[in-house]
Design a protein around this ligand. Sequence first.
Ligand code: ATP
Ligand code: IP8
Length: 268
Amino acid sequence: MNEINASNLVIIKLGGSVITDKSKERSVKKDTLNRLSREIAESHVSTIIVHGGGSFGHPLAKKHKVNSGLKGSTLIGASLTESAMKELNLYVINSLINHGIPAVSISPFSIIITDIEKVWSYFFETINFSLNIGFTPVLYGDVVLDKSNGFSILSGDKIIVELVKYFRPKSVIFCLDVDGIYTSDPKINKNAKLIRELSINDAIEIAKSSNNSKKDVTGGIKGKLESAVEIARIGTDVIFINGNRHNLLQKTLKGTIEIGTLLRGLKS
Ligand code: ATP
Ligand code: IP8
């Protein structure tokens, strides 16, 4: 078996805001998804791909209060959310396969248990084995079993933190629907400035000043920045780019950040 060299591995987060239309429930942006699949295929970089919930996971998780577990939600609400995420995941998997990427779906519900938002146990051996024989593992933000609350929602961003601890990849690329991290939300504040190189302290400050997203059950940009800080502290570079800009993902995978935000991993 060819052991994968972790220093060549890149983890990509395909944001729900990029691959789905968040203004319309259960709608996939198929053209964007196909273009991103092509860019990943043409880069020839080994990757683990994680995608978000977008208009599949978030509206259902919110409607059924899945984050409050057995006390405030229902098993059927959790099942419906888990099933919607599988539906989105199948679009992603099929798009990747159609572009020649040997993608395999790894359901977080089946391999992770949390305890009040913290990952309590996981089984990553399947991901490791898949990578080593040449598959591209694909995970996603999901409903997971939770020791204290029965079940909960685990963001793809938090899953990536655990993957980074385990696989120590070269970098993590977050594909968003904006050009990177700004001084404040660029969709609200027209004077917000794109930050080309973000320090850990700046990331913490921007996370503190960002409100939890009303539509997203996993905290929007606030949660994403908190995860990014954890990743950088482990020593892995984090790059935020706009997944809607053509060929940017491919260029970033090859090591050139034309437009985006870099949060450098701390070197020990
Ligand atoms: P999902 O959780 O569905 O995967 P995602 O990963 O695509 O979603 P979001 O949680 O939607 O990402 O976060 C991206 C959004 O965060 C952008 O559309 C932007 O409007 C908003 N945002 C708020 N504050 C900032 C900021 N300081 N810099 C950049 N984007 C910000
Ligand atoms: O979009 C959320 O994952 P995220 C998953 O990566 C669900 O935060 C089910 C809402």
